[in-house]
Design a protein around this ligand. Structure first.
Ligand code: UD1
Length: 383
């Protein structure tokens, strides 16, 4: 079985790393190539993660870079089509919900190549999020839908996806977290930065809905600066947020010199560094997707600055609280965590470090069945 694995943006790397590792156990049965679309290209948004996660260098880099959604999606499709025609894979694996996920799915399917989506079935029901559009387009086309929880299974079933395509395998991002937790614990960054375990918060903020409007961004930064007077906030800033904050003249909210009080802005951090900080944080404030899941497993309270989440299990079972982007609500949620009763959550079913192993198991079984009755799943390129 020849498989092309796709990565493109930062949140893809930690999802693909365990899948590659699981595939490497079957060199006789699986030949795999890693394609990086180049959606993220900064050293700190991309290469640093390959180093931290011990991932192999991509076999092919499409080097598409940034652009409008249509431009970026189109460039990925044009470049990836050539790769598919050249390499003739049996299967393409995509993860998450970024533009690279959707672009490679459409390209492969139009060539008659099977596609597997890891982290399928998540739905925010918010069509203003580019990720929701990517998730819907990807899932409707894919042959294998690997899900993280029962909400995702229910979403897919409600959309009419046949049960045999849906495989509840658990969470590959958590495979990576559990593998690296012990190593991250030894980094000593908290002490080196003059912080105390449990004495600071971490934060991420990059969603267009939060950072592209000057009033919304200023309101949020004002609330976050208020929280930071009580609890220092470490903020590894995403390039798009930095760009917007500078454009809107809001750079003064970031106190780059003083870790003890204020929003302490850093460059994007590596996987291990950020995990180390999150493990030791009193609180995480975020609008990212994966961090809601990571905090649930770490047992760290998470305030999600979004009106909805495609990961409701982190609220129903984990430590996540959804507050939207009203600054007052953000303040109240942080206050309740810092001064109210402890938020106790539990770890969702199958978030146990073995999701990638299950995925590879499903794919190998399907391949064996195909070899027994080849007509059932013949793979021929449609050019
Ligand atoms: C993308 C994903 C988002 C994910 C996020 C994680 C989509 C639609 N969005 O958003 O789901 O949560 O990645 O980071 O795919 N930039 C750089 N250097 C880089 C990458 C980006 O400077 O290496 C800047 C560029 O100005 C670019 C902007 O960030 O235009 C946005 O990058 P893009 O890849 O379009 O989306 P993200 O906001 O990163």
């Amino acid at each position: 079985m020849k498989i092309i694995n796709i990565v493109g943006a930062r949140p893809n790397f930690m999802k693909m790393a365990p899948i590659i590792e699981a595939m490497n156990k079957y060199p006789e049965q699986i030949e795999h190539l890693l394609v990086h679309t180049g959606q993220h290209y900064d050293e700190k948004m991309s290469k640093a993660f390959f180093v931290d996660l011990g991932m192999p260098k991509p076999d092919i880099d499409l080097g598409v870079g940034s652009g409008s959604h249509a431009e970026q999606t189109g460039k990925i499709m044009l470049a990836f089509e050539k790769v598919c025609l050249q390499e003739k894979p049996d299967l393409v694996i995509v993860v998450g919900d970024v533009n690279s996920t959707m672009a490679c799915t459409i390209t492969a399917k139009k060539l008659g190549i099977q596609v597997a989506h890891v982290e399928a079935g998540l739905r925010s029901r918010d069509m203003s999020m580019p990720e929701e559009i990517n998730r819907l387009c990807t899932d409707v086309l894919c042959d294998y839908l690997f899900t993280t929880d029962h909400f995702a299974d229910e979403n897919l079933r409600a959309e009419g996806v046949p049960a045999e395509k849906i495989h509840f395998v658990g969470n590959v991002m958590i495979d990576t977290l559990l593998k690296h937790k012990a190593m991250a614990a030894t980094l000593g960054l908290v002490e080196a930065w003059g912080l105390e375990a449990g004495g600071f918060a971490t934060m991420t903020l990059h969603r267009p809905g939060n950072v592209d409007d000057p009033e919304i961004l200023q309101g949020l930064l004002e609330a976050l600066a208020t929280i930071a007077k009580e609890l220092p906030i470490i903020f590894p800033i995403h390039p798009r947020t930095r760009k917007m904050a500078e454009e809107f003249g809001l750079g003064h909210y970031f106190n780059s010199g003083d870790k003890v009080a204020g929003i302490w802005c850093t460059e994007p951090l590596g996987y291990l560094e950020f995990l180390h900080l999150n493990m030791n944080a009193r609180l995480v404030l975020t609008d990212s997707g994966g961090l809601q899941e990571e905090t649930t497993v770490l047992g760290v309270p998470c305030v999600t600055i979004r009106p909805n989440t495609e990961r409701p299990i982190t609220c129903s079972e984990g430590t996540n609280v959804l507050v939207g982007n009203d600054p007052q609500k953000v303040l109240e949620a942080a206050d309740a965590i810092l001064h109210g009763p402890a938020l106790n959550g539990c770890v969702p079913e199958k978030w146990d470090g073995r999701a990638a192993e299950r995925i590879v198991g499903v794919l190998m079984n399907a391949d064996q069945n195909r070899q027994v009755s080849p007509a059932a799943g013949s793979l021929s390129l449609r050019v």
